[in-house]
Write a protein that binds this ligand. Structure first.
Ligand SMILES: Cc1cc2nc3c(=O)[nH]c(=O)nc-3n(C[C@H](O)[C@H](O)[C@H](O)COP(=O)(O)OP(=O)(O)OC[C@H]3O[C@@H](n4cnc5c(N)ncnc54)[C@H](O)[C@@H]3O)c2cc1C
Ligand code: SF4
Ligand code: SF4
Length: 933
């Protein structure tokens, strides 16, 4: 691989604790001043270092510490912030979900987080048969789609980050997605924008009287100038077929008749440099139902690229491309996906009633023109369509886990050319990567000429950081050679400013500077993201040391925020992704420092639910990263040691102290805590041994062993009546309480004891009625992978089942031929079951109750002692469940987690909702009793 000479390490903020200290002292001096300037703001104002650190990153490769973070309550608050920034002489940067890949929502001044309070959908407007939706900028795209979907409408510009990114960010970056080939970009749907100008005025593009003369006059003059400039018009015309989010949106601006229209379109892709949006009117369309998909595997890259222009004539919704490197990466990981060797692919999607005939036309055209390896199409069956798309969807997670040290960082990212130039562009790029000996996946929205380029480089190696500018320069040179753009949809930011003039030429670059001058002459709105003299490697965030493997895997995409109960409840930059920042912050700060203590307090709000791990494309688990960072006090360590090493003694103590303490705890905490057993739980092994039946070993779990709630007894009865031979081996705690305290040595000790007891060849299955035990037993394989009991641990993990999952798979359905229980049961899937990859635990319920509904997936806020220690927050998390329950109005909530059961009982009684809460085995036990099984 071509290597530049070694040089001194670049300064990287996240590695250098002195910088944090310096910032700390600067901050202390500035803090009072800043707070005073922001005193009229009604929303939240943060100047503590820990919070600022959470806002110092986005999904890009950069890190910049802000001076303050404000979550404005409304447009007037935004105005206050802009005025305060002017007074303080610092910048203002708007931030939505922070998923942009170019470092465009970072800044050294005030960060305005519009996601926390300005996140309301204001309503649908119908005008002349067309539909529009009015929204605030912090509305998550998926939430908007759900709202629109209920009315048969949708917003067509749908980026793949839609589960987390927001309207403000989509307009800021001029986002789009796979559907852009048919539906265009966000810009095509922006009708009007209300925004706060750099002067602190609230301007609405729908109301000409709110637009200051300086802006309208300036724009009209500029438009005249550009229209008279034939070179510029020729250059803009030559790029008409190129989807671009680079620089200001001059092409669209020129097409507008009104000043309001010109401004609204200039806002698209302006990355917060012209104004801060506070309300937006978007055009929306009616949903077209029915899709058909075709995967075409080509032998030659030229054919794949050439075919795109012909396929476009058939009016597809999507044409996605994967080059041979991308496909080989997926093929190596998933040999079962049926990907032929040495091919490149196009994935084409049609929609509407004529989709089948379009697929036929497509196949005919492809066979006539090209020598293809394989075409696979489906126009009806959604499951088959999912399998076709699975190849394309598999790429990103594999890329992020491709190599332990190399990440597919988005530093070239997002180029676009006109469709006929795709093939030569890809060939030229491959030549460059080959010259440097770098593997790079090239894939993306071929239908709109837009490619994502992800070179695999280890940016922790300073020599690779030195290589970056050269590599980017080389790739952009070929992109510009074909009249292309450096960004098709991800927009401007710290990553690209240095190439803007090269892409557009001196003349157009100058007009863009004039636009900035008209809107923001003092340059306070998000400087450094469109015009700057910075280097591409300035403010790069790569550390040389990671906290552990999970931080190393994390690409900061923020996807985990969409499932983290804390992020969902507290909004803004809270929960999973910010927990990772806080953990790093604590590593940099001295532990006794007050800022570090406040970070520690925030970190303690993690529920340990591990939902984050279920959504992470890189298989990083922030929850587990946080467990590993815990340093529990000595008394906790001692209690855990007893728990782990002498379970019987621990059980004795807990029963003794539990029985004395429970009445007082009930009074003190105002909670209904279950009775503790008087005597130890004794369960007989199943009396009858049927040689033809499965042998099931029951893992009882500490809660069932200690609480006198008869769940353990019900489980044994249910398994025995279901025809299984039941065994109850001598057992220990599953280890979850120890892992949650970061005591991995103890976890391994208990795991070894449990493995020794449960790996017995006699057992065909191990079954639990506690989600956390299920998850832990399934983790034994990973925990003891390097242990002498590794193989036995793998066996235990492979035969462990949640009781619902087990019965759904192995129960002879003829046993369930009796009368269903006449109840409306709502099933709650516990987080630890989701984390264990069990999705169908509640399915068996449908066979025994008259009405079965699943509650919205998500955490209930229970999490063991969490609900006592963080009672208010825990109840806030529960509110989402409560809303769902009120809508569904069930007779009984069913789950398989003792902690969730407690939380539901408490939450429901506190809110006056009369509803029974049961473990799934109790319902099955009831069914067997009523039907005399
Ligand atoms: C895994 C992954 C997949 C992605 N897939 C796609 C994709 O398919 N298509 C695509 O286009 N992008 C994609 N992106 C990039 C990113 O999601 C988009 O750029 C998105 O539009 C950013 O939205 P956000 O809400 O996160 O905004 P942020 O990142 O917070 O902000 C983006 C820009 O908008 C500005 N902004 C935000 N709010 C306002 C406001 N109220 N007023 C003025 N300016 C504002 C910010 O200052 C910033 O410059 C992806 C990113 C990731 C991590
Ligand atoms: S464990 Fe749960 S609360 Fe903690 S970061 Fe993950 S999703 Fe959020
Ligand atoms: S943990 Fe995973 S999902 Fe969360 S920000 Fe990191 S990479 Fe994204």
């Amino acid at each position: 691989m071509k290597q530049p000479p070694e040089r001194l390490m670049p300064v990287r903020i996240s590695e250098i604790s002195e910088i944090v200290d310096t910032l700390s002292s600067i901050r202390r001096k500035r803090m009072n001043h800043t707070k005073k300037a922001l005193q009229n703001v009604r929303g939240e104002v943060y100047t503590d270092l820990a919070t600022l650190y959470c806002y110092s990153t986005d999904a890009s490769i950069y890190q910049v510490m802000p001076a303050a973070v404000v979550c404005p309550a409304d447009a007037k608050d935004v105005r206050e912030c802009v005025k305060a920034a002017k007074e303080l002489g610092i910048s203002v940067t708007a931030r939505a979900a922070g998923t942009n890949l170019a470092g465009s929502c970072l800044g050294k001044g005030i960060i305005l987080d519009i996601s926390k309070n300005m996140n309301h959908i204001l309503g649908i407007v119908e005008k002349d048969g067309e539909f529009f939706v009015d929204v605030e900028p912090g509305v998550v795209i998926n939430d908007l789609q759900e709202y629109l979907g209920e009315k048969g409408l949708f917003l067509p510009s749908d980026p793949s980050s839609s589960e987390i990114c927001m309207v403000g960010g989509n307009i800021g970056t001029k986002a789009s997605g796979a559907k852009s080939v048919k539906y265009g970009t966000t810009d095509d749907y922006v009708i009007d924008v209300e925004f706060v100008s750099a002067d602190g005025e609230i301007i609405d593009t729908a109301r000409a009287e709110t637009i200051p003369d300086q802006i309208s006059g300036g724009l009209l003059d500029l438009k005249k100038q550009i229209l008279a400039d034939t070179d510029t018009i020729a250059c803009l015309e030559s790029k008409k077929d190129v989807k671009t989010a680079s620089g200001y949106n001059i092409m669209e601006m020129l097409d507008q008749d009104s000043t309001g229209g010109m401004i609204a379109h200039l806002m698209s892709g302006s990355v917060g440099t012209l104004g801060i949006f506070t309300r937006i009117r978007l055009k929306v369309l009616g949903i077209v139902s029915g899709t058909a998909i075709s995967a075409i595997y080509f032998k030659k890259l030229y054919d794949a690229s050439d075919a795109v222009q012909h396929i476009k004539k058939l009016d597809p919704v999507k044409i996605e491309m994967m080059d041979s490197t991308s496909l080989e990466i997926v093929r190596a990981e998933h040999p079962d996906m049926g990907i032929p060797a040495n091919v490149r692919a196009l994935f084409v999607e049609f929609e509407g009633d004529d989709r089948k005939s379009k697929i036929d036309d497509l196949e005919r055209m492809i066979h006539e023109r090209y020598d293809v390896c394989l075409i696979f199409s489906e126009s009806e069956d959604e499951e088959v369509q999912e399998r076709i798309w699975a190849v394309r969807k598999a790429l990103v997670p594999i890329l992020t886990n491709y190599d332990e040290d190399m990440k597919p960082d988005a530093f070239i990212d997002d180029v676009a050319v006109s469709v006929p130039d795709l093939a030569p562009l890809i060939c030229d790029m491959h030549e460059i990567f080959e010259e440097y000996g770098i593997t790079s996946a090239v894939y993306g929205h071929a239908g709109s000429g837009n490619l994502h380029i992800r070179p695999m480089l280890n940016l922790n190696d300073t020599r690779n950081i030195d290589l970056m500018p050269e590599l980017v320069d080389r790739v952009y040179d070929v992109v510009f050679k074909y009249g292309g753009t450096m960004t098709g949809e991800h927009g401007m930011g710290r990553l690209r400013t240095m190439f803007l003039e090269k892409e557009w030429g001196r003349g157009i670059y100058g007009y863009m500077q004039q636009i900035k001058e008209i809107f923001d002459p003092d340059g306070i709105l998000n400087p450094d993201v469109i015009f700057s003299d910075r280097q591409i490697t300035d403010d790069i965030k790569y550390p040389t040391e990671y906290i552990n493997k999970f931080e190393k895997k994390c690409i900061n995409c923020g996807y985990c925020k969409s499932v983290c109960p804390i992020s969902i409840t507290l909004k803004g930059e809270s929960g999973s992704r910010s927990f990772l920042q806080l953990a790093r912050f604590r590593k940099l700060e001295s532990p006794g420092h007050s800022e570090s203590r406040s970070a520690g307090k925030m970190l303690n709000t993690c529920l340990g639910c591990l939902r984050c791990a279920t959504r992470c494309p890189s298989h990083a688990s922030i929850g587990e990263l946080l467990f590993s960072q815990k340093t529990p006090p000595i008394y906790t360590r001692q209690a855990m040691r007893t728990w782990a090493s002498n379970y019987n003694r621990f059980e004795r103590y807990t029963r003794f102290f539990g029985r004395i303490g429970t009445p007082a705890a009930r009074l003190l905490l105002g909670r209904d805590i279950p009775k503790i057993r008087r005597a130890p739980l004794v369960l007989d092994e199943c009396m009858e041994q049927n040689p033809d039946a499965m042998n099931v070993a029951v893992f009882v779990g500490c809660a069932s062993a200690l609480f006198d709630d008869q769940v353990a007894e019900a489980m044994i009865r249910v398994l025995a009546k279901s025809g299984f031979n039941v065994f109850i081996p001598e057992q220990q705690c599953c280890g979850l309480p120890m892992i949650e305290e970061g005591l991995y040595d103890l976890v391994k000790d208990t795991a070894r004891k449990n493995v020794a007891a449960f790996a017995d060849e006699r057992y065909d299955a191990i079954v639990t009625s506690c989600a956390s035990c299920t998850m832990m037993l399934k983790k034994f394989e990973e925990l003891l992978s390097e242990d002498e009991l590794g193989d036995a641990a793998a066996r235990v993990s492979s035969i462990t089942y949640d009781i619902g999952e087990f019965l759904a798979k192995h129960l002879d359905d003829s046993i369930l031929s009796g009368k269903k229980l006449d109840i409306r049961a709502a099933y709650h899937n516990p987080c630890h079951l989701a984390a264990a990859g069990v999705g169908n635990g509640g399915g068996i319920l449908a066979k025994v109750v008259s009405e079965f509904v699943e509650l919205d997936d998500g955490c209930c806020g229970g999490a063991g002692t969490y609900s006592f220690l963080h009672s208010d927050l825990s109840m806030k998390v529960f509110e989402r469940k409560l809303d769902d329950i009120r809508k569904i109005d069930p007779d009984v909530i069913v789950t398989t987690c003792p902690s969730c059961e407690l939380q539901f009982r408490h939450g429901l009684s506190r809110n006056g909702v009369d509803c029974e809460v049961r473990n799934i085995v109790e319902i099955l036990d009831r069914y067997y009793n009523e039907n005399r099984v």
